[in-house]
Design a protein around this ligand. Structure first.
Ligand SMILES: Nc1ncnc2c1ncn2[C@@H]1O[C@H](COP(=O)(O)OP(=O)(O)O)[C@@H](O)[C@H]1O
Ligand SMILES: [Mg+2]
Length: 142
């Protein structure tokens, strides 16, 4: 979240459960605009659960998650990215059988964006312009 236009994220008193099992106990975390924050912990400590809670994929039983003051805990998972939080999970998660162009089109379609955003993306990653018709599963993983 270091890009210009990024927002402050503030989590306070977050409790999360899987069924009856409590995993997060009153988690507090502040990430200010322009900062990079690393969340460390042993396996099972609750790192992924924290990220899922931010993205609305695990409900917050208590506490709040605010992005520049906007409460995220009440939002449906598909509305959280629209509020301005992006989750880049481990792995590439491409539609391997589809081309680079088609993968980009799906992203644009879900956000109702068009040609201008597509051009921005291709300016950020210019090599993709040469590979628009390539099946994304055949791109190097490196
Ligand atoms: N879907 C789930 N159902 C039940 N328990 C889960 C689920 N996902 C994770 N857990 C449990 O929640 C705890 C935190 O897991 P997780 O957030 O994945 O930890 P981390 O990412 O830090 O390794 C662990 O005890 C894990 O077994
Ligand atoms: Mg994890």
């Amino acid at each position: 979240m270091t890009e210009a236009g990024s927002k402050a994220l503030a989590i306070s008193g977050l409790d999360c459960f899987y069924g009856e099992v409590q995993v997060l106990y009153g988690l507090d975390l502040v990430l200010n605009k322009g900062e990079v924050l690393c969340l460390f912990g042993r396996n099972g400590a609750g790192k992924t659960t924290t990220l899922k809670a931010i993205m609305g994929l695990v409900p917050a039983a208590a506490g709040s998650i605010r992005l520049d003051g906007t409460e995220l805990t009440g939002l449906a998972a598909h509305d959280v990215p629209k509020a301005g939080v992006a989750y880049v999970p481990q792995g590439r998660r491409l539609f391997a059988e589809m081309t680079v162009t088609e993968n980009i089109e799906i992203g644009l379609m879900t956000r109702g964006k068009g040609k201008a955003v597509r051009e921005n993306v291709l300016d950020l990653f210019p090599l993709l312009r040469q590979r628009l018709r390539q099946r994304s599963g055949t791109l190097s993983g490196g």
